[in-house]
Ligand binder design. Structure first.
Ligand SMILES: [Zn+2]
Length: 459
C-alpha cells in the first residue's frame, strides 16, 4: 500500500473509532518545542481538569480527597499533586470499579496489562485515552524518521489460533501498512522464512522486544543470514519496547541489522512514558503525564533518581494519580541537541525477559505465556521455570476465580504453545517471590542460558 494512502486509511480508522489521534499528533509536534513555562501551564491546566473530573465522576477519588481534606480547587500548582497519597497496584486492583467514569468518551473497555514484570492488572480505557497514546506513539516514531503510513513491522506475539476477528485485523493491518511477524517462537526454520518475507515486504521500521532481536541477530549469524540486506529494502530503524535495553544488546542489535536502535518505554496502565529521539535521548511525554521519583523504601520524594511514580493527565475515564510503577529510573531536565523542550528519562532497573527452549529446538519467548495466563481467569502471578531440557514447570498464584479445571487448561494451552512432547508440570503456589535483585522474573531457564552462551541453535 502506498504510504500516503495507508496514512489516510489509518486516519479514517481512528476517526471511526472516535479517536482524534492525528489532531493530537499535530498538537504534540508543536508543544514539544514550547518554552518550559508554557508547557508547565498546559500541564497544570490538564492536572486541574483531570482532578476535577476524578472528583465529579468517580467515588474512589472523591472519597479519597475528602479523607485527605482537600478539594479540586486546592490544586493550584504542580507541587500540589503531592497532596494525593501514592497509588499502589493492589489498590488499583481492589478498588478498580470505584475508579472508573463509565460515561466518558467512547468505547470504554476493560483491558489488562501484560503482567510480565508485575502481576497482571486490569484497568479501564476509552477512545479519549487511546487516541492520546496512539498520537504519542506516532510522535515517537516521527522523531526517528518513521511517519504513520510507512511500512512498520511488528515483530510481536500472536495468539495460538486466529479467530475471525484476528483475520479481519490482518486485512486491516495490511491496508494501513502494519506487518506482523510472530516473534514469540523463534526457530532457525522460521527465521529463514521470516527473513525472506521481510526482504520481500521491505519494512522501514521493525518494532519489538530487545530479547527477540538479540536472539534473531545471534541466530541469523549462525545461519549465515545477512540482516543488513534489509537496509537495501528500506529498513532504517529498529524500535524496541517493553523490556530493559542494555547497552550491550543495543550494540549487538544495531550491528546485526546495520541500523540505529531506538528505545521506547510505556506502561499499559499509565500510558506511553518515553521515546528516544534521533539523538538517542529518551524524551518524556510531558503533555500527557507527570513523573516523580521516590525512595522505594522510605517512599520519600527524591531528586531525579528513584522509583518512578506516574500521573496520567489525559485518561479521564480511569484517572491514574501518583501510581507506583516499581521501575527504577533517572529523570532529567537537561537540554537535548534536538531542541525539544521535553524532559528526559533513563531506565536503570531491568525488565529482562527470557526464553524457554523445547526439545525440538524452539525458542519460546517468556511473553507468550502471558497469553496463557490471560486466557484462564484468576491467575494473579505466574512463573515458568526450566531446569533441564524437556521439562517445564509453570507456577501459578491464583485467586478464587481460578476454575476447578484450571490446571488442566493451562497445561493444554502450554502444550499447544510449545508444540512438542516436552513434559509440562503446573503447580499452584501461595506466592511468587521476586529475585534477589527485587525484580520479578516471569521466566527462568537454565537451559536457555547455557545454550545461548554456547550459541547452540539446532534445526
Ligand atoms: Zn532529543
Amino acid at each position: 500500500m502506498l504510504p500516503i494512502v495507508a496514512r489516510r486509511l489509518f486516519h479514517l480508522q481512528e476517526l471511526a473509532l472516535g479517536r482524534p489521534s492525528f489532531r493530537i499528533l499535530a498538537e504534540l509536534l508543536e508543544s514539544e518545542r514550547w518554552s518550559p513555562e508554557r508547557l508547565r501551564q498546559l500541564r497544570l491546566e490538564r492536572l486541574q481538569t483531570m482532578v476535577r473530573s476524578a472528583y465529579d465522576h468517580t467515588p474512589y477519588w472523591r472519597e479519597l480527597m475528602k479523607t485527605q481534606g482537600f478539594t479540586p480547587e486546592d490544586i493550584r500548582c504542580l507541587d500540589d499533586l503531592r497532596r494525593f497519597p501514592l497509588l499502589e497496584k493492589n489498590t488499583l486492583r481492589e478498588r478498580r470499579e470505584e475508579m472508573v467514569w463509565r460515561d466518558e468518551g467512547k468505547r470504554l473497555q476493560l483491558v489488562r496489562t501484560s503482567g510480565s514484570t508485575n502481576e497482571a492488572l486490569q484497568f479501564y480505557t476509552s477512545s479519549t485515552r487511546e487516541a492520546q497514546i496512539n498520537a504519542a506513539r506516532m510522535r515517537g516514531h516521527e522523531w526517528v524518521g518513521v511517519r504513520r503510513g510507512e511500512k512498520e513491522l511488528y515483530y510481536w506475539g500472536s495468539p495460538v489460533e486466529l479467530c475471525k476477528q484476528d483475520r479481519i485485523k490482518r486485512v486491516r493491518d495490511w491496508l494501513i501498512n502494519d506487518g506482523l511477524t510472530n516473534g514469540f517462537e523463534v526457530t532457525p526454520e522460521r527465521l529463514r522464512k521470516n527473513y525472506g518475507d521481510w526482504l520481500a515486504w521491505g519494512p522501514k521500521c521493525i518494532f519489538g522486544y530487545p530479547s527477540t532481536f538479540v536472539l534473531t541477530v545471534t541466530m541469523a549469524e549462525s545461519l549465515g543470514l545477512n540482516l543488513k540486506e534489509l537496509r537495501n529494502r528500506g529498513l532504517s530503524v529498529i524500535i524496541t519496547t517493553s523490556e530493559m535495553l542494555s547497552d550491550v544488546d543495543r550494540k549487538l542489535i544495531a550491528d546485526g541489522f546495520g541500523v540505529p536502535v531506538r528505545d521506547s518505554y510505556g506502561l499499559r496502565e499509565a500510558g506511553l512514558i518515553g521515546h528516544e529521539c534521533e539523538h538517542g535521548t529518551m524524551h518524556c511525554m510531558d503533555e500527557q503525564i507527570i513523573l516523580e521519583t521516590i525512595d522505594p523504601e522510605t517512599l520519600e520524594p527524591t531528586e531525579g533518581e528513584g522509583e518512578l511514580v506516574v500521573t496520567n493527565l489525559v485518561g479521564p475515564a480511569f484517572p491514574v494519580i501518583r501510581y507506583r510503577t516499581g521501575d527504577i529510573v533517572t529523570l532529567s531536565q537537561e537540554p537535548c541537541a534536538c531542541g525539544r523542550t521535553l524532559s528526559s528519562i533513563k531506565i536503570s532497573g531491568g525488565r529482562a525477559v527470557e526464553f524457554v527452549v523445547t526439545k525440538a529446538g524452539k525458542w519460546v519467548v517468556g511473553y507468550s505465556f502471558i497469553y496463557i495466563a490471560r486466557s484462564v481467569p484468576g491467575i494473579v502471578k505466574f512463573q515458568v521455570v526450566q531446569e533441564k531440557l524437556g521439562e517445564i514447570f509453570i507456577r501459578l498464584a491464583v485467586d478464587e476465580r481460578f476454575p476447578a479445571d484450571g490446571i488442566e487448561l493451562v497445561k493444554k494451552k502450554a502444550a499447544q504453545r510449545l508444540g512438542g512432547d516436552d513434559e509440562i508440570h503446573v503447580e499452584i503456589v501461595a506466592d511468587i517471590a521476586p529475585a534477589r535483585s527485587g525484580k520479578y522474573r516471569p521466566v527462568i531457564s537454565k537451559v536457555a542460558e547455557e545454550l545461548y552462551k554456547k550459541r547452540s541453535f539446532t534445526d
